[in-house]
Design a protein around this ligand. Structure first.
Ligand code: ADP
Ligand code: MG
Length: 378
């Protein structure tokens, strides 16, 4: 029996954003016989290189956005930094015309603002570092008297890959950082001396059923994800709590779709850092893990397709290594070795300009020696 709200192959799926996450979603959707339309200000985007039809317009161009929405049967997002005006246009259009939108604009609003996000974690009973808002001049004094050092001053909106953050070791440094802000709307977070970082890729379907990948271990370099080891080598207690926190978040904010949620660990202590309302860089391992990928889960949740019958998906061991602009060297000695080994899988995003820090692609390794897979990288 096919439920009436299931979107079947041939349907037109829209994505806000047209970068690598939209590209990999598009590849999955096209493989399943769907059409993909992407919306972003970028021309000749990574997603269009994979066959997505492109609408090139600013996010706040209401007319362009409305005519895009008229051409699709469902909408999802590849990133959260969508201006409020576009989110409310999507919301109103969906209410009026019944367009399927998942995750909901409200979940995007939560994820795009650290203050809202951390308050939702608190509401869901998920522990975080201590944090203080910086909205008004008078907040500064209170923060200076309460914060434990070191701490990090972070912008509430538009931050990614460590951008918009200032680490402060003393009250004087924090006072100086606070006075250098051009715009308030920040938070101060106490620094947590974690020993490991972990993430969970979690999916919730329109009928409330769930599916997830077991937690992975992540290693960052210069605030950018460098390596993901899947599954992470955690105690059973830690693993279960990580999954439980992901589930609590999904239920508390009534999330539909795939999200990545990131944690700091120290021994048995777990604090949640942030979540991303979409597939996540730390979930790319799933493309070569011997089961369906995070993009397939995104497609299935968006279209209301049947839910995989294993909640924790049965994956093999994979290590993911990001390729940044400064390491983008097709034909290097590493590439030649990797191509000779059938356990290395290359995923490139179709970007031509290799700027430093820019994500150009990733390798997945699913062979017998994960610890050493990228040890001769540089
Ligand atoms: P972004 O949105 O830019 O990814 P994050 O808040 O995830 O910002 O910070 C990037 C990285 O900086 C984290 O993955 C972690 O390594 C480090 N970091 C951020 N906040 C803290 C904190 N409160 N304590 C310790 N490390 C932190
Ligand atoms: Mg992060």
């Amino acid at each position: 029996m096919i439920a009436s709200k299931m979107l079947l192959p041939g349907s037109r799926l829209g994505v806000m954003g047209s970068g690598q996450l939209a590209r990999m979603f598009c590849m999955e959707a096209v493989q399943h016989g769907y059409e993909v339309h992407v919306y972003s200000p970028e021309k000749n985007s990574p997603a269009s290189g994979a066959g997505a039809e492109e609408t090139v317009a600013e996010y706040d161009d209401e007319n362009a956005l409305l005519s895009f929405l008229e051409r699709i049967d469902a909408l999802t997002f590849e990133f959260e930094n969508i201006p409020e005006i576009a989110l409310s246009t999507v919301e109103k259009f969906s209410e009026k015309h019944g367009l399927i939108v998942s995750p909901s604009p409200n979940c995007i609003r939560i994820a795009q603002n650290r203050w809202r996000e951390k308050n939702e974690f608190a509401r869901a009973g998920i522990p975080t570092v201590n944090f203080y808002p910086v909205f008004e001049e008078k907040d500064k004094e209170e923060i200076l008297s309460r914060t434990q050092f070191p701490c990090i001053l972070k912008t509430n909106t538009m931050g990614y890959d460590g951008k918009g953050q200032i680490k402060c070791k003393t009250g004087d440094e924090l006072a100086e950082a606070l006075s250098s802000l051009k715009k308030l709307d920040h938070i101060v977070e106490e620094f947590f001396p974690f020993t490991e970082e972990a993430s969970v890729i979690f999916a919730r379907f329109p009928d409330g059923r769930t599916s997830y990948f077991h937690p992975s271990k992540n290693v960052h370099k210069n605030h950018i994800l460098d390596l993901t080891f899947h599954p992470g080598n955690f105690s059973e207690g830690v693993r279960n709590r990580l999954i439980e926190y992901a589930r609590k978040l999904a239920e508390t904010i009534d999330y539909v779709g795939v999200f990545g949620i990131e944690f700091f660990l120290k021994g048995e202590e777990i604090l949640c850092n942030e979540f991303a309302p979409r597939p996540h860089n730390s979930g790319h391992f799933s493309q070569n893990a011997g089961t369906l990928s995070q993009f397939s889960l995104q497609l299935r949740a968006l279209c209301g397709l049947p839910v995989p019958n294993a909640d924790g998906l049965p994956t093999g061991t994979v290590v993911m290594k990001n390729i940044l602009g400064e390491n983008y060297e097709p034909g290097s000695a590493f590439w030649n070795r990797a191509f000779q080994n059938p356990h290395y899988h290359l995923h490139l995003y179709g970007k031509t300009e290799a700027r430093s820090g820019r994500k150009m692609g990733h390798w997945n390794y699913n062979g017998p020696d994960p610890e050493r897979a990228f040890s001769d990288w540089e």
